[in-house]
Design a protein around this ligand. Structure first.
Ligand SMILES: [Zn+2]
Ligand SMILES: [Zn+2]
Length: 359
């Protein structure tokens, strides 16, 4: 009679065999891993740096980059080198207001110190408007502007037009127009629009309506092109491109599209991460107010606060909204305000169908 411990169950022998095989496999695997480690260690720094530079310039968000450089000491050391950080993309440096901390401040400062214009501009905006460290913020924006960073040039133009951080007498319209012209030359849409309105109004520059109109045409064309490029993968709804030869003064089409001067309905442009930070900073955090009696720019994609009372221009029709610049006013008018704006007297009369230009 055969039992479980009989010869047909050679358990002990199998165990020994399997243990031996497992040990052998472990030795092989260890050898493989050791080989891999050796292979990575043998890669020259130049090659790893070039891969990390590519990663930092194309990262969709900061975690794409940080999750890689935190995997080992070598990647961390090379990933935080100035050559890699100087290539950091706009998206990689997009900081969220709700997760702002000392460490994110230090990281942005470290990237800005490498000469990365995007980091200089973002940190400059945060320091100037949110942390109210005007001197350091303005000099960081200037550093980015010197590197021909178009949003920084435009932001400095807004500072000059408003005399932000100073008094009313610190306004320098000519300097504002000059900075705007440099940003417009680089194709910055807000700057093109601002310059167009300045020329049409003779604000800080000799009045030239035809030239102003030309800049406004260019702003609209670039705006449309930017939307078409960003939506190439998605199907473009035909309503965005509805051509209307007459300027539409009425209510915008369904879906609140941006109605350009030439009747092309396109969605509102994506705000720069620095502007989104400003909007979120003052909207989300309790206690983060610009200061007593100070207001935010009414254009939602801007987020700039006043630095002194009555700094921003008001809508001349309703007086209920205020803007840091003509570009913000023109954009918000087309995007939103034209359906809300009504003269104060008409509100009092109960007839709120005003269609003021508001510019
Ligand atoms: Zn604004
Ligand atoms: Zn208004």
């Amino acid at each position: 009679m055969r039992t479980r411990r009989g010869l047909c169950y050679p358990k002990a022998t199998n165990d020994e065999e399997s243990v031996r095989l497992l040990k052998k496999r472990k030795v092989e695997l260890d050898g493989d891993f050791a080989g891999l480690r050796d292979f990575f260690d043998s890669l020259p720094d130049d090659l790893v740096l070039s891969v990390l530079c590519k990663l930092s310039s194309t990262a969709g968000c900061s975690s794409d980059f940080l999750s890689v450089v935190m995997t080992c000491k070598r990647l961390n050391g090379l990933g935080m080198s100035s050559i890699v950080l100087s290539k950091a993309s706009r998206r990689m440096l997009a900081v969220k207001a709700k997760s702002w901390s000392e460490s994110s401040h230090r990281f942005l400062k470290r990237v800005a110190d490498t000469g990365n214009a995007e980091a200089c501009f973002t940190l400059g905006m945060i320091r100037f408007y949110c942390l109210q460290n005007r001197g350091s913020g303005a000099s960081l924006m200037a550093k980015a502007a010197i590197a021909s960073h178009a949003p920084a040039l435009y932001s400095l133009a807004v500072v000059q037009f408003n005399g932000s951080g100073g008094t009313k007498s610190d306004k320098d319209l000519r300097a504002g127009v000059a900075l705007c012209a440099r940003a417009a030359f680089l194709g910055q849409i807000d700057a093109l629009r601002e310059l167009g309105h300045c020329l049409q109004d003779g604000y800080g520059v000799k009045k030239n309506i035809a030239e102003g109109r030309r800049f406004l045409i260019q702003a609209n064309a670039r705006e449309l092109a930017a939307v078409l490029v960003s939506c190439q993968a998605a199907a473009v709804p035909p309503s965005w491109l509805t051509w209307s030869p007459r300027r539409q003064g009425g209510v915008g089409d369904a879906g609140c599209p941006l109605l350009s001067d030439f009747g092309c309905n396109v969605p509102s442009p994506e705000p720069h991460p620095a502007n989104r930070f400003l909007s979120d900073w003052f909207a989300d955090r309790t206690g983060n107010v610009p200061g007593p009696g100070l207001r935010l720019c009414s254009h939602m994609g801007c987020g700039r606060p006043e630095t002194r009372r009555h700094e921003f221009r008001r809508c001349s029709v309703c007086g209920a909204v205020n803007y840091c610049s003509r570009a913000c006013q023109a954009l918000d008018w087309k995007l939103r305000h034209k359906v809300e704006c009504a003269p104060v007297e008409r509100w009092a009369d109960g007839n709120g169908d005003g269609d003021g230009e508001g510019l």
